[in-house]
Design a protein around this ligand. Structure first.
Ligand code: G1P
Length: 300
């Protein structure tokens, strides 16, 4: 029932077309926010939650992600010969033990549900986490750590990170139909259903899923048979919706600010926000931004 969450699935097979031409030959998950790729933040968040096994569901053109989680001998040799210890550490101090990183291919981008299903043999029969690298959450306590702690209170259930969004935006998210009678007090919200990308007039609420999940392995049996849903894709939300009758599904209102790095505006905002979190550059970045605003005529 309440087993520890040891494994995380990172679906990284998406095409990243919103970032063309940057993503023509580079995976979108390797786009840097300040000086770390998106996928590196997702990896650090999983580590902070005590997760030890990292499963990447990749596709064509995603080799730089594999390489990121390996040694880079030529560079390390040069850095070492120049006694650049700090830089050397940045290349590899954080690498997980050999054997704890796996890659599985999603041959065709058929949706998030299909991507997660591709990890079924590597996950096996235990609860697991899913992190979407292009949803960044800036928080004092990393979002997935908040979730694994909350999971301790509702072991054996499914937990989805949620936040309120403007009603006009429901068509971009999985939306929770809240079971008000069964709601847990505080941050946990019991779901009686889920809908993927409903039009605002059809949305059961404005409580939307963002890219952090703790799921029971039962999801794979459902995904085995899951038919395409919104956008003609096999949707994870639809499969979780089918689990509502057999296993509890909770939305978890996380603490923190989410940046949608799946789009240009969120990505630029994340770069600014994460730069301002860095003490060594904060002052200089603020000065530069003031100048930029002044030159552009915008009022900050
Ligand atoms: C996916 C999920 C959706 C969720 C969203 C969060 O959609 O299908 O339920 O709300 O991530 O970012 P996507 O953004 O991949 O279209």
């Amino acid at each position: 029932m309440g087993k520890k969450i040891r494994k995380v699935v990172f679906p990284v097979g998406g095409l990243g077309t919103r970032f063309l031409p940057a993503t023509k030959s580079m995976p979108k998950e390797m786009l840097p926010v300040v000086d770390k790729p998106l996928i590196h933040y997702a990896f650090e968040e999983a580590c902070a939650a005590g997760i030890e096994q990292f499963i990447f569901v990749t596709g064509r053109n995603k080799h730089p992600i594999n390489d990121h989680f390996d040694h880079v001998y030529e560079l390390q040799k040069v850095l070492s010969s120049r006694n650049k210890q700090k830089e050397l550490g940045l290349t590899s101090d954080w690498l997980p033990p050999a054997g704890n990183v796996s890659f599985v291919r999603q041959q065709e981008p058929m949706g998030l549900g299909h991507a997660v299903w591709c990890a079924r043999h590597l996950v096996g029969d235990e609860p697991f986490a899913v992190i979407l690298a292009d949803d960044m959450v800036l928080a004092k306590k990393p979002c997935m750590q908040q979730m694994t702690e909350a999971y301790g209170k509702v072991p054996g259930s499914n937990l989805l990170a949620v936040m309120d969004i403007p009603k006009k935006d429901t068509g971009s998210y999985g939306i929770i139909d809240m079971d008000k009678s069964g709601s847990k007090s505080g941050k946990l919200v019991k779901a009686k259903g889920l809908v993927e990308k409903p039009a605002p007039e059809k949305a059961p609420s404005t409580l939307s899923i963002i890219g952090r999940y703790i799921l029971q392995p039962d999801i794979f049996k459902i995904l085995d048979k899951q038919k395409p849903g919104a956008g003609g894709e096999i949707q994870l939300t639809d499969a979780i919706n089918q689990m509502v009758s057999s296993k509890d599904v909770y939305g978890y209102r996380f603490d923190g600010v989410r940046y949608d790095c799946g789009g240009l505006v969120g990505f630029v905002a994340a770069n600014v926000a994460y730069a301002l979190e860095r003490k060594e550059i904060k002052g200089a970045v603020m000065d530069e931004l003031k100048q930029v605003f002044k030159r552009s005529g915008a009022k900050a």
